[in-house]
Ligand binder design. Structure first.
Ligand code: SF4
Length: 67
């Protein structure tokens, strides 16, 4: 079944990783990164997102740099 929110989700998606099949499918995106102990792109600032490091450490560093 296609996600009824995928078009709306894509408009809000800040992920710059090319070719990911989970773009616009937030449930799949979150499940994928959670299983790896990570967070999805939308938790990160523009600069931090661009590194493609989705680790919790990277998230905390990004948050600290914005405080
Ligand atoms: S955050 Fe990860 S799973 Fe989500 S769209 Fe980007 S690369 Fe894909």
């Amino acid at each position: 079944m296609a996600c009824p929110n995928s078009e709306k989700n894509l408009k809000a998606c800040n992920c710059s990783y090319p070719g990911c099949p989970r773009k616009g499918l937030c449930c799949d995106c979150l499940t994928y990164h959670r299983a790896k102990g990570q967070l999805p792109a939308c938790y990160f600032s523009k600069d931090a997102e661009a590194t493609w490091d989705r680790s919790v450490d990277a998230f905390l560093k990004d948050r600290a740099s914005r405080a």
